[in-house]
Design a protein around this ligand. Sequence first.
Ligand SMILES: [Zn+2]
Length: 323
Amino acid sequence: MHPDEAYACLVRSARADRMAQAYLLLGPPQEQGIPLAVRIEQALFCETRDGCGTCAACRRVAERVHPDAMWVEPQKRSRIISIDQIRGVCARMNQTAFAGGWKACVILGADRLGDAAANAFLKTLEEPPGRSVFFLLTDSVQGLLPTIRSRCQHVLLSETQARLQGEFRTALTGILTRFGTGGGVNGMVLAEKLAGLLKHMKAAAAAEVKEEKNEDELETGSETWDARVNARYREWRMLLMRAVLQWQRDLLLLTGGGGGDVLEFPECADALRAQAGTLTYRAALGRVRDAADMYRRMEQNLPEQAVLHAGLIGWSRFAGREA
Ligand SMILES: [Zn+2]
């Protein structure tokens, strides 16, 4: 998950008061884990409540001197996080927050917890203090006790941009959550909603190319201009179609009894589970095939509307639980 996406997810959870007690941020700590942990803490403690980065609370978080935002890292010489460090921080997590809100603790190098420290930490995870959250940072998950690992929500960080992000992803998951269940009429609505999103993407692609225009004096409306807008748009369109396919794969996984921790859309786990509950395994499999077909046809540049309608109206035969 891209750090921006992870940030959006966690902030959403915090606002809905559905924060997990501990998150395992898996990825390069310096480049991704630490900046992400700081941003999330700023969102939790910010005076304006939106992680402005400039208020006194946000600055204290960034400087690691906020009294409710604790940091633990391996000791310089031993390269181990000691039991005393863990006891100290867990004791403070059990006290009332200074600012009366959240308490957070970032554990850097979580794979460097010694055995005694890990066991002490496990006790805290078993009886987590209220309104508190731990962020465990590491790029080596093997170094963590399985019992600790299993009590954390995993956030696999990656810089890869080759997936649907940001507003497009939010728009798509919104559409799939509302209209992704049935076939027939529902499939038609879904096709129209996706066509609407594609239209929006095309406009956004043009706007983005226009913004880059000055660099090489590209003439708006010229052939080169059109080609560039189209290339951008098609790239995004394939990301969208791939995401539609991944949604169906998530459904298939859940229908087949798979776990929720490997979902492509973990932020929509509840909606996915609800939809999976209305599908048989066979129906979910049929939809994955249809979504893959739609992907291929879009790749071949066949007319969008026709591809969407043909692909989605067919879902009526997969709607509902068959005998
Ligand atoms: Zn702030």
